[in-house]
Design a protein around this ligand. Structure first.
Ligand SMILES: [Zn+2]
Ligand SMILES: [Zn+2]
Ligand SMILES: [Zn+2]
Length: 323
C-alpha cells in the first residue's frame, strides 16, 4: 500500500495493489477470552487483562503502518509516500451485542476517555500531523467487524475536509477576530430552529447546509480548540457522553447506519508550511455524525454537489420529538 496525492484537489488516496483477503471471523477477535487474536494491547481499562471494560488494539488489517518514516518522494510532478501512520481499534464494550447508544452513560464516558488517551499519546509522535477518531456503524456505513468498536488513525498529512475547515476558520478569524464555530453556536442557540438538544456545556444541532438528511454536529458551547485537551475531566466526559448517547438514540430511530467523525486540532508539535498562529483561537473541536439512509444514499453524486431532500429545520424538529 502507498499514499498518492491528487495534484488537483491535494487529497491523499490510499492505494492498494490488490484487495487483501477478508478477515477470518469464526471467532470474534474483539470479544473477551479471544485477546490472544490481537497481537498487542495499547490501552486497557481497568488495568489488568481479565475484566476489561474498554480496550484499544492495533487494527488487524491496518491501512497504515507505524514503523519507519514516510519516505516522501516525487514521481515527475506527482507526490507519493509510504502508508506511514497508525490504525487502531477501540473495543467499546466487552458485550458483543451492545451498541454504543445502549451502553450506560458512564460506559460511553469511558470510551471517550480511551479516545482522549490515544489521541494525546499519538500526538507525541512528531511524524503524525493529524489523529482521526471515527466510527462506522452498520453495513451501509462499511462496518467491518460486528463487535461495537471505533477506529483511530494517525497520518503524516491532514485529511482534506479538516484542511478545508482549518483554512476557512482561519480566514474568518482574520476578518472578524472571532471563532467561526463559536459564532455558529451562538446563532443556533438564539434561533433555536436547528438545535436538537443541549445541556450546560454542549449543544447538538443540524447544520444549516447539511450534506445528508439528519446530519448532526455536537460541540462544546465554550470555545476549545482540541477535543483531547478539553475532555479531560470526568464531569465533562460524563456530560458529553450523556448528550452523545441521546443523539445516537434519536438518530438510530431514523437511520441505524451512520458515520461519526471527531474533528480536533492538528498536531501542534509538527512544523508545517501553514501559518497556524491563531489556530488555538480560530478552530473549535466537534463531532460530526452523518446518518446513511438507504433510499437517499445517492446524495453525493459525481457532480460533487450535495443534494439533500430534507430541511435541517424539519430534521431537528423530528429528532427533538424522538422519545
Ligand atoms: Zn465480539
Ligand atoms: Zn470557538
Ligand atoms: Zn468538521
Amino acid at each position: 500500500m502507498e499514499l498518492r496525492k491528487d495534484p488537483i484537489t491535494q487529497s491523499w488516496v490510499i492505494q492498494e495493489e490488490e484487495k487483501s483477503a477478508a478477515l477470518e471471523t469464526d471467532k470474534c477477535p474483539l470479544c473477551p477470552g479471544h485477546e490472544a487474536l490481537c497481537p498487542q494491547t495499547l490501552y486497557i481499562q481497568p488495568l489488568g487483562q481479565s475484566n476489561w471494560q474498554v480496550r484499544v488494539v492495533p487494527h488487524l488489517r491496518p491501512l497504515y503502518r507505524i514503523e519507519g518514516d514516510a519516505q516522501r518522494e516525487a514521481e515527475g510532478i506527482y507526490d507519493k509516500m509510504r502508508n506511514l501512520g497508525a490504525h487502531e481499534i477501540v473495543v467499546e464494550h466487552p458485550n458483543h451485542n451492545l451498541p454504543l447508544s445502549r451502553q450506560s452513560e458512564e460506559h460511553v464516558a469511558q470510551v471517550l476517555q480511551a479516545y482522549v488517551a490515544r489521541c494525546a499519546d499519538l500526538k507525541r509522535d512528531h511524524r503524525f500531523r493529524y489523529i482521526t477518531v471515527f466510527r462506522n456503524q452498520g453495513m451501509l456505513a462499511g462496518q467491518d467487524l460486528s463487535h461495537p468498536h471505533s477506529e483511530i488513525t494517525a497520518t503524516p498529512f491532514i485529511p482534506r475536509r479538516v484542511g478545508y475547515e482549518l483554512r476557512s476558520c482561519k480566514r474568518y478569524f482574520e476578518m472578524k477576530e472571532r471563532c467561526l464555530l463559536c459564532d455558529i453556536v451562538r446563532q443556533e442557540l438564539s434561533q433555536q430552529v436547528r438545535v436538537v438538544e443541549r445541556n450546560d456545556w454542549f449543544v447538538a444541532f443540524c447544520p444549516f447546509a447539511p450534506r445528508v438528511p439528519y446530519e448532526t454536529w455536537i460541540l462544546p458551547i465554550e470555545h476549545h480548540v482540541s477535543f483531547e485537551e478539553d475532555l479531560v475531566n470526568w464531569d465533562r466526559q460524563l456530560l458529553f457522553a450523556r448528550l452523545l448517547r441521546s443523539i445516537l438514540h434519536r438518530l438510530e430511530s431514523v437511520a441505524p447506519a451512520y458515520h461519526l467523525v471527531v474533528h480536533t486540532s492538528p498536531n501542534f508539535a509538527v512544523k508545517t508550511d501553514g501559518d497556524w498562529q491563531s489556530l488555538a483561537e480560530d478552530y473549535h473541536w466537534h463531532f460530526e455524525i452523518m446518518p446513511i439512509l438507504p433510499s437517499k444514499s445517492k446524495s453525493y453524486s459525481l457532480k460533487e454537489v450535495y443534494y439533500n431532500s430534507l430541511l435541517p429545520e424539519m430534521a431537528a424538529g423530528e429528532l427533538r420529538n424522538v422519545v
